[in-house]
Ligand binder design. Structure first.
Ligand code: SF4
Ligand code: SF4
Length: 81
């Protein structure tokens, strides 16, 4: 099972992870993002990469699941190139 933690002292409440997560895992509570639906996480790590404060940590994500992110990046690059 994937465990998500947010460092509240690092999170600046920008909301990027809330908008980016395709599984609607996060909600903003005040100025801090909270993983309110962690069971929905599929481990793409998109939020981890987009967070400007490096406030997000995921445990239990296996390397094979990173391919989802890598494939998305490749698809984006193929459209640009
Ligand atoms: S992207 Fe990072 S800094 Fe922004 S709300 Fe999410 S956890 Fe906080
Ligand atoms: S790893 Fe992917 S699915 Fe999980 S919380 Fe982050 S953006 Fe959402």
């Amino acid at each position: 099972m994937i465990e998500i933690s947010v460092d509240p002292s690092a999170c600046n409440g920008c909301g990027l992870c809330v908008k980016d997560c395709p599984m609607r895992v996060y909600e903003l509570r005040g100025d801090v993002s909270v993983p309110v639906r962690p069971e929905n996480c599929m481990g793409c790590l998109s939020c981890h990469e987009i967070c400007p404060a490096q406030a997000l940590e995921h445990r239990g994500v296996y390397p094979s699941k990173r391919h989802y992110v890598d494939l998305r990046v490749c698809e984006m690059l193929n459209r640009v190139i």
